[in-house]
Design a protein around this ligand. Structure first.
Ligand code: AHG
Ligand code: MN
Ligand code: MN
Length: 335
């Protein structure tokens, strides 16, 4: 059987599902940037890319060298092609303007250039998460593209995905018609379709949460996790296993592969923030992938994709994965 590369898949999508050619080009460019990031990540200490920059991003987090390198790779790859009206990223305070010398396009690209930064130096999987939106009509307005253009609910995403840099580099992609997984063939230099129909099982016996925050959680999460821990003898009558990689890409990848529940609830450490993870470039793209694979994603009270964002770096509580467990923990929030 002939191998289906990402390029071929995208061309076939263009024919069969009327995927616009500039969206196809956009995904190709993002994939190319991810190959470059994968290469930089894999060099590790040999490439002098490990460690911190000594700077902080807008969220007050220490920037790793690879956070900044990955951000630059994505900007440079995407700014000239004429497919974008603007970009936004975890590592930039404000919207990135397409330089005046380049043509502008119909889409907005939002990304977490390197997710799981705390794992880079210890050689654990990290990744790049991205979300594609349409740029709203600016009614002929000239000048800088403001943050408002990006503030669209996740249901408006036209594509979403992530690249994971692990034992294999993979690209997981949805164009709103299921989820496809591509594995990077390093000799050929192309992503090859290896996972054609990704489905998250409805039931699971595996959960992911940073247990060290337990004392800071809200009551419904404390109740739910204590029931999971009670196992067969508890109210759920089943033993659960736990995994926490501390790279959302890696935890979500496991869930897309064999099911599970990922939780990053809001907690009392920073009570003014509704969670740790960011809505626009972490929760929304991951929620679209999970829903497209038959799973569910809520913030405890509401479907994540329905949330109307109010700022670019907005935080959100996240419960995503196998439907049964997402529904259970969401229901506990209603009690
Ligand atoms: P980032 O490296 O982009 O800042 O994101 C890290 C996120 C996410 O990937 C992970 O699930 C979570 O932070 C880990 O948080 P803890 O350090 O609290 O475990
Ligand atoms: Mn992240
Ligand atoms: Mn990041």
């Amino acid at each position: 059987m002939s191998r289906v590369t990402l390029s071929r898949y995208l061309i076939e999508q263009t024919r069969s599902h009327n995927t616009p050619a500039d969206l196809r080009f956009l995904i190709e460019v993002v994939a190319r940037a991810c190959k470059e990031i994968s290469h930089a990540v894999s060099k590790g200490a040999l490439g002098g890319v490990l460690g911190s920059m000594g700077t902080e991003n807008v969220q007050g987090e220490v920037q790793k060298k690879l956070d900044v390198i990955s951000n630059e790779i994505l900007l440079e790859a995407n700014e000239w092609g004429g497919h974008l009206a603007g970009m936004a990223s975890e590592e930039m305070d404000n919207a990135y303007q397409i330089p005046g010398k380049y043509p502008k396009g119909a889409y907005l690209l939002v990304f977490d250039p390197l997710d799981g930064s705390s794992n880079i130096d210890v050689n654990v999987s990290v990744g790049t998460i991205f979300s594609v939106l349409r740029c709203p009509d600016r009614n002929g307005a000239e000048g800088d593209l403001g943050e408002e253009a990006f503030l669209q609910p996740g249901t408006e995403q036209v594509a979403a995905g992530y690249a994971i840099y692990g034992p294999q580099t993979m690209l997981m992609l949805t164009l709103g018609d299921g989820v496809k997984g591509f594995t990077l063939d390093r000799e050929m230099g192309s992503f090859v379709l290896t996972h054609d129909n990704i489905r998250v099982p409805e039931s699971t016996a595996e959960f992911a949460i940073n247990m060290s925050n337990q004392r800071h959680w809200e009551a419904p999460v404390k109740r739910y996790v204590s029931e999971l821990l009670a196992g067969k003898e508890g109210p759920l009558g089943k033993n659960y296993n736990m995994r926490w990689i501390a790279s959302m890409v890696a935890d979500v990848h496991r869930i897309l592969t064999r099911g599970g529940l990922f939780m990053y609830p809001r907690d009392a450490r920073e009570p003014e923030k509704p969670g740790k993870l960011r809505l626009m470039y972490e929760a929304n793209p991951m929620s679209m992938l999970i829903e497209q694979a038959g799973g569910a994603a809520t913030n405890g009270t509401q479907r994540i994709l329905d949330i109307q964002p109010t700022s670019l770096h907005q935080r959100v509580a996240v419960f995503l994965g196998s439907k049964e467990e997402v529904e259970r923990v969401t229901a506990y929030h209603q009690d």
